[in-house]
Design a protein around this ligand. Structure first.
Ligand code: 5GP
Ligand code: MG
Length: 187
């Protein structure tokens, strides 16, 4: 805790304010993971697909709250390419899609913004033969989406501002902050 204090102090020009604390995140995950289990806990073959890299921390904490023999897969997509705004193009960085034929699949991502990423991934997984696909996100920005796409489970709704931490990065950094914070935009 002290170490993080020092880290954040050292980075204080980067985090404008903490939006969601670690305690708030973990308490909410308890609730949402229980909701996912109520819906899918009896699935014979449940696959959790993490969208790298942003969903890494979220999926690690969510999946450990889902006490069933699920299969964890990763898909590597990118739509931001290091900047602050979506490029509008969703790139699949790895050629391979996990084997989801006939399986129930929950896609987990850090944040729903334009909706383009989730929309593209859900479509790909259905085309790959999944029986049914659900979506679960840590954050959802209150804004109009570029495509029609809302998640089945949202842990927190936030305003339309750029956030980092708990898996979310800015130019590859700050994913390991244990909370979600608003990035200070330098003028
Ligand atoms: P979408 O395709 O819905 O526009 O964007 C989803 C992806 O964009 C997320 O998986 C995330 O990687 C990135 N993204 C969207 N909003 C933010 C944000 O506020 N902060 C960070 N760090 N990444 C974001
Ligand atoms: Mg992402």
């Amino acid at each position: 805790m002290v170490l993080w204090g020092v880290f954040v102090l050292g980075m204080e020009s980067v985090i404008e304010r903490v939006l969601i604390t670690e305690e708030e995140i973990l308490a909410r995950l308890d609730v949402v993971a229980a909701e996912v289990m109520a819906e899918l806990g009896d699935a014979e073959e449940l696959v959790v697909v993490a969208l790298l890299k942003g969903a890494l921390v979220f999926v690690a904490d969510m999946s450990r709250r889902m006490p069933v023999p699920l299969v964890m897969e990763c898909v590597n997509v990118a739509s931001y390419h290091g900047g602050l705004e979506s490029s509008g193009e969703v790139k699949f960085l790895d050629a391979g899609m996990p084997d989801v034929r006939g399986k129930k699949v929950v896609v987990m991502d850090d944040i729903l913004d334009t909706g383009l990423t989730m929309h593209a991934v859900l479509r790909e997984l259905m085309e790959a033969g999944a029986e049914r696909v659900w979506s679960c996100v840590l954050l959802s920005k209150r804004k109009e989406r570029a495509v029609e796409c809302e998640a089945d489970w949202v842990c927190f709704e936030i305003d339309d501002e750029f956030v980092v931490g708990y898996g979310l990065d800015f130019e590859g950094r700050y994913r390991n902050l244990p909370y979600v914070g608003v990035l200070r935009i330098k003028n």
